[in-house]
Ligand binder design. Structure first.
Ligand SMILES: C[S@@+](CC[C@H](N)C(=O)[O-])C[C@H]1O[C@@H](n2cnc3c(N)ncnc32)[C@H](O)[C@@H]1O
Length: 235
C-alpha cells in the first residue's frame, strides 16, 4: 500500500513537471505537429484498431455528441473526423461533411463510407481555416479532436462562422472535471504530458459570440465533457 501511494505521488509529480515543461516554449504545439499529426496521417488503420480495442467504450463516450444534434434532415460538419467511426453514423442520417488535417484520416474515412455506400463531402484542411463559406451548417460537431488544436479560439470562432444562425457547435473532449475529481485531474495532466491541450471550451464559445452555452461532465471520473453553444438566431 505504501509503495502504491509513493508510486501515485511520483506519477503526479512527474506529470506536473512534464506539464510545466510542456506549457513553456510551445512544446505541445511541436508534439502535435511532429508526433501526433504524422501518426494520424500514416497510421489511421492503427488508430482505428486502438478504437476497436476499447470494446465500445469510446463510441459510448462519443454518443452524447450525436444526441445533441438537431433532428435530421440537417447539414452537419464534423471537424477532426479521425478514422470516421462517428462520421459513418452522421452520414447515415444527415447531409454530412467532414474535415481533418491528416490526409490519411480523410482517405481512411472515405473508404469506410464507400464500403457502406454512404456519401459525405470530405475535405482535408485545418479547423483554423474551415474550407466552407459562412453560415453553411446547422451543426458543427467535434469529438476528442479539440484537445489537439493549438489555437482553441481560432478553432471555435471558425466553427461558429460556418454555422447558420440558430445552429449549434458541439464539442466532446477530455479534461479536468468541474467537480474537482482528482483522478480526472491526474489523467488531464498525463494527456498534457503527451501533448494535448486540456480545456474548458465555454469561454472560447462565449468569445466567439455563441449563446446558451452548456457543459456536462460524464464518463469515468467525469473526465470527459460535452460543451454546446448556439449561434444567435433561429434555424
Ligand atoms: C484524437 S483524433 C480524434 C478523431 C475522432 N474524432 C474520434 O473521436 O476518434 C484527433 C483528430 O483531429 C485531427 N486534427 C488535429 N488537428 C486538427 C486541425 N487543426 N484541424 C482539423 N483536424 C485536426 C487529427 O488529424 C485527428 O484525426
Amino acid at each position: 500500500m505504501k509503495k502504491l501511494i509513493v508510486f501515485v505521488i511520483a506519477l503526479g509529480v512527474g506529470a506536473l513537471v512534464c506539464a510545466w515543461l510542456l506549457a513553456r516554449k510551445g512544446a505541445r504545439t511541436r508534439i502535435q505537429r511532429h508526433l501526433w499529426q504524422p501518426f494520424y496521417n500514416r497510421a489511421s488503420g492503427l488508430y482505428d484498431l486502438l478504437d476497436s480495442l476499447t470494446l465500445g467504450w469510446l463510441p459510448r463516450l462519443r454518443r452524447p455528441a450525436l444526441d445533441a444534434l438537431p433532428a435530421p434532415p440537417a447539414r452537419v460538419l464534423e471537424v477532426g473526423i479521425g478514422s470516421g467511426r462517428l462520421h459513418v453514423q452522421l452520414a447515415e442520417h444527415y447531409d454530412a461533411a467532414g474535415l481533418d488535417l491528416a490526409p490519411g484520416m480523410v482517405d481512411y474515412t472515405r473508404r469506410r463510407l464507400a464500403k457502406r455506400g454512404l456519401v459525405s463531402d470530405l475535405r482535408q484542411g485545418s479547423v483554423t481555416a474551415i474550407p466552407w463559406p459562412d453560415a453553411t451548417f446547422d451543426a458543427v460537431v467535434s469529438t476528442f479532436a479539440s484537445s489537439a488544436f493549438p489555437d482553441a479560439q481560432a478553432a471555435v470562432s471558425e466553427m461558429a462562422r460556418v454555422l447558420k444562425p440558430g445552429g449549434k457547435v458541439i464539442i466532446v473532449d477530455a479534461g479536468d472535471a468541474l467537480d474537482g475529481n482528482r483522478i480526472a485531474w491526474l489523467l488531464a495532466r498525463a494527456w498534457e504530458a503527451i501533448g494535448d491541450y486540456m480545456r474548458d471550451e465555454r469561454p472560447y464559445m462565449q468569445a466567439a459570440g455563441l449563446v446558451d452555452i452548456t457543459r456536462r461532465d460524464y464518463g469515468p471520473w467525469n473526465c470527459v465533457h460535452i460543451t454546446v453553444g448556439a449561434k444567435p438566431g433561429r434555424l
